[in-house]
Structure formats: C-alpha cells, structure tokens
Design a protein around this ligand. Structure first.
Ligand SMILES: *Cc1c(COP(=O)(O)O)cnc(C)c1O
Length: 445
C-alpha cells in the first residue's frame, strides 16, 4: 500500500494527525485546521466514466484514505453517505449555463453531503467505544438540520443543535426541531455568533468534558470538507467527457467550505476552470480579493442567511492552499451581492425562465447574469446550495406562487417539532448539558 498521507494543522503547533484522528477531532489542538500535507494528483482517466457519484467519490478520496484505519471502509462510507444525485442541469434556451443542484438530499441543502459522510465515518470510528458522545452544532440554519438528520437514531451519540431564535426561516426552524430521540434543538435568544461562542466555550470546558464528552460537527471538520469535493469531480468529469473543455464554477460562499472543496479538486488536476465566489452583503472575502487586507468582522443578517459569515472559518485553509496573496487573487475572485439584488434575481429568473432559486443560489446566478451581459460565453455552472422551498418566506412573495416542496422536506414538515428556549449565555448551555448528564444522556439505542 502507498504511504499514508499525514494531516498537519494550519497553525503548525500540534503534531500531524492521521486522517481518522483528524476526522474524530474536528479542530486541531493548536486551534488550527487539519489539512493534507499535499493534494494528491489524479486525472480523468482514473475515473470510471459510468460510475455513480459514490464511485467518483471513492476514486477521488482513495489517496486521502490510503493507509488509514478507515481505508477499507471508504467504498462503504461513500455508498452509505452519497445516496442522492447532484445533477448538472443545463438551462433550456441557455446553452452553457448550468446549475449544479446539490439540494436533493434529506434536508434539501448541500450540507447533507458532508454531514452524512462525517456520520458514516464517526459510526465506524466509534465502533469499539461504549462511552456516549454529545455533538454540539451551532447553526445559522442548514448545518443543524443536516447533522441532525445524519446522526438521528445513531446509538451512543446525542446531537444538540443551537440556532438563533427568529433568524432562521420558519421551515428551517421546523426541520431543526423535528427529529426528537437523540437530537435536541435549542433556540437561543441571540445571534449565530452567540451560538458559536457558546459551543466553543463548552468544548473548551475541561471540567464539563470530564462529565460529558463533547465534540462538534462544524464546517471545519475534514470529514465534511473532503466529501464535498466529490460532486465537483463528478460534474466536471461529466462535462469534460462530453465537451472536452473545463467547467467553470460560481459558488455561493459563507465559511468557504464548499468553495475550498472546488479549489482542491482543481488543484488535484481535474478539469475545473475558473472559480468565482458569490457572497452576500458580508464582504470580508470580496474586500480581500479586491486587494484589501483580510479583515474579519461581525456578520450582518441577510436573506441568504446560511452565508451570514464575517470571519470565514476556512480562510486558514485557503491560505495554506495558496499562501501568496497575489497568487491567491489571481486564482479566485469574490463578489458581494446585496439583498435587493438577491430579490430581483429570484423574481427575474422565475418570471422570464420559470427557474426558481434559493437566496444563496441567487447570489451566484446574479454574478453569471452580469458576466453574460458583459459578453462572457464560457460554460459556467452555478452551484445551487439549497432548495428554494426551504426559504419560502423569502421566495414565494417574489415569485407570486407557492414553491413545490420536495418529498423529504414534506415528510419532515409533517412531523411535530419543538425547541427549548435558551439565554445567549455560556453558563446557560453548561447548566442545560449538566442537567442532561445527570438525567443520563445517549439513552437512545
Ligand atoms: C452553508 C451554506 C452556504 C455556504 O457554504 P460554505 O461552505 O459555508 O461557504 C451556502 N448556501 C447554503 C444554502 C448553505 O446552507
């Protein structure tokens, strides 16, 4: 077998981990993010032209898993996690304008890919452990549902979701609270930043951890990032085989997880051309790519709430991938799209082409509209990160009719939902967790 890849931290102050260790830990002990020591190279000939998404993922991720304890499990993990399609759809009457639909999973957003893969890995890594584990997730909407769905009824694991009360869409809130069993939702009287801070405080609380082992499932986990490369590989290979040209991508971006996956696939040698990042009014990345210093800041609330990020958590990995700022700026671009433009883009495409996009996808579609107006004729895939039905309160008034709800979402909306209120204080979460610890957690089996 080939030599196993090592996974150092972006901050270089903790020892390199194996892939399994990196996946189990989430964040590195020095506060950095785990990265592969190098990105392996692959070419289109390595892939089965008739393979499924899971087959593509298995081939793509094999060099990352080589020599790891999970190596022999990789095909099963991919088959278990990637059970839905991620179609690359060319818009009728708009040749070379494509939509890469990533919302056909159980919770109707691309987060299902990473969450299900992480759960499939964790289940195997914890096979010989009897100690229950509580996974804390701070969510601005989509991550919590994807993680809840992926770990629902997994023995020995409890999931606690924290979301900012009133700042997620009504359907998102329902999804977050509908699981029950081992998945609990807390609606926090504060902002997403508060939820994130409370989770971090709990994870760093060694006294609490002794009574109640805690972990997180946020977007910095390699177990979520690596599988997100699969759909970019799958789509770009399909386009390459048909058209013998690279596929260009516009990716709606918040924490940079989805976009970084695209960059890594391109760096591995697969046929992806240009990558553009579409942001909402949170302009940390657009400002950086326009030549300013990188300046993290507080997030502002927008209609594309899953991208309300002022300090993109994967920025460290981006700098690890391309350390030179000038080089980085020559390889990627980022643009900001405000709420008014998000609304006009949704309305325009619904009325003129009968295509309905979610607010996140609309940021990317707007960038493409601008590029087409300026004469661009390249093949571009707009990455559709969520189904519009998840954001009905934004989308339906704009298009003047109901959005058809996918079956998986309908099933969730029909279940009862509940969430417990919580003050935006670290101590409140601590007390709640301790109460549960004494009542006995992870009782579900
Ligand atoms: C999470 C999310 C994003 C942003 O993805 P990042 O990986 O954080 O950049 C965009 N759109 C939707 C619908 C999301 O749920």
């Amino acid at each position: 077998m080939s030599e196993a890849l090592r996974y150092p931290s972006t901050r270089g102050a903790s020892p390199a981990a194996t892939l399994s260790e990196a996946i189990a830990a989430g964040i590195a002990p020095d506060g950095g993010l785990y990265v592969p020591e190098y990105l392996p190279k692959l070419s289109p000939e390595h892939f089965d032209p008739n393979g499924t998404l899971a087959d593509t993922a298995t081939t793509l991720l094999a060099p990352f898993f080589a020599g790891d304890t999970l190596e022999s499990e990789l095909p099963a993990i991919c088959a278990e996690a990637l059970t839905f399609h991620t179609p690359l759809r060319e818009l009728p009457q708009h040749p070379k304008t494509l939509v890469l639909e990533l919302f056909h999973g159980p919770t109707a957003a691309f987060k299902d890919v990473g969450a299900r893969f992480l759960a499939a890995c964790m289940r195997r890594l914890r096979k010989n452990t009897t100690q229950p584990l509580t996974i804390l997730v701070a969510t601005s909407g989509d991550t919590g549902a994807a993680v809840g769905a992926a770990f629902h009824r997994q023995p020995g694991i409890d999931v606690v979701i924290l979301y900012p009360d009133g700042r997620v869409s009504p359907r998102q809130a329902h999804q977050l609270g509908c699981f029950g069993d081992n998945v609990r939702a807390l609606r926090v009287e504060g902002r997403f930043d508060d939820c994130q801070r409370m989770v971090k405080a709990a994870l760093n609380d060694t006294a609490l951890q002794r009574q109640l082992p805690l972990s997180s499932a946020n977007s910095i986990s390699l177990g979520r990032l690596l599988p997100q490369m699969s759909y970019y590989a799958h789509a770009s290979l399909a386009w390459w085989r048909q058209h013998h040209e690279p596929l260009n991508l516009i990716v709606p971006t918040g924490n940079l997880g989805n976009a970084l996956a695209a960059l890594w696939v391109r760096s591995m040698g697969l046929p992806i051309g240009e990558i553009r990042l579409a942001c909402n009014a949170n302009a940390t990345l657009p400002d950086f790519f326009a030549g300013h210093d990188y300046t993290p800041r507080h997030a502002v609330a927008t209609l594309a709430n899953a991208m309300d990020v002022g300090a993109p958590s994967n920025f460290e990995r981006l700098l690890w991938t391309i350390p030179n700022a000038a080089e980085l700026r020559s390889q990627l671009q980022a643009h900001s799209v405000d709420d008014r433009t998000i609304c006009s883009t949704i309305a325009l495409h619904a009325h003129e082409h009968g295509e309905v996009f979610c607010p996140h996808t609309a940021t990317a579609m707007h960038l493409l509209d601008q590029m087409r107006a300026a004469g661009d004729t390249l093949p571009w895939a707009v990455v559709a990160t969520a189904h519009p039905a998840k954001f009905e309160s934004v989308v339906e008034p704009l298009i003047g009719q109901p959005v058809e709800v996918p079956m998986a979402l309908t099933a969730m909306l029909q279940r009862p939902a509940s969430a417990e209120p919580m003050a935006a204080e670290d101590g409140a979460l601590r007390q709640w967790l301790l109460n549960r610890a004494t009542q006995g957690v992870a009782v579900f089996s």
